[in-house]
Design a protein around this ligand. Structure first.
Ligand code: FE2
Ligand code: FE2
Length: 166
């Protein structure tokens, strides 16, 4: 997705985050396959923004929540440390992302955006989203990610769980 092809209004909403050096660093994080965290989050943000506009929801929060939903600490695929099942990426990265969002963007964050980030892994994280915009982002994330999954065998990869070697 090229930034120059995106609507001005959308760019205006997301620029303070997009241009921040900490967010720029996500260009170097591999998310799924060749897609970086930066690219993935930008795609989810844009899909969520369009979706929210269509249903007259709060498109600003949807765009920001979408952009920050995977703002977790470190590239999970490079992490070779053995972790307990519930400590694996799929379970912990949403709370990491919320913590980082507050740390780097305290003036932009609010309770709704926090809910969007925290609940985006529903139903893997069993607490359901509280806001319409949280539902929009969790669905947009799945939609964008499904395009990446070409084979069901890679599904464990999408949810961030390492497959056990037999
Ligand atoms: Fe995620
Ligand atoms: Fe995601």
């Amino acid at each position: 997705m090229k930034k120059q092809n995106l609507p001005e209004e959308f760019i205006e909403i997301i620029s303070p985050i997009l241009e921040h050096p900490e967010f720029q660093r996500r260009k170097t994080y591999a998310h799924h396959g060749k897609v970086s965290v930066y690219e993935h989050c930008l795609a989810v943000s844009y899909v969520a923004y369009r979706f929210a506009k269509k249903v007259n929801a709060d498109y600003r929060s949807a765009a920001i929540g979408g952009l920050l939903h995977d703002f977790y600490d470190s590239p999970w695929q490079e992490n070779t440390q053995k972790k307990k099942f519930f400590e694996q990426h799929g379970f912990v990265h949403a709370s990491e992302a919320a913590k980082n969002a507050w740390k780097y963007f305290p003036d932009i964050m609010n309770e709704k955006i926090e809910d969007i980030i925290l609940r985006h892994m529903f139903p893997l994280n069993i607490r359901p989203p509280r806001y319409l915009e949280s539902w929009i982002v969790t669905l947009s994330d799945k939609y964008v990610s499904m395009e990446v999954i070409k084979d069901v065998k890679h599904l464990h990869h999408y949810v961030g769980i390492k497959k056990r070697k037999k």
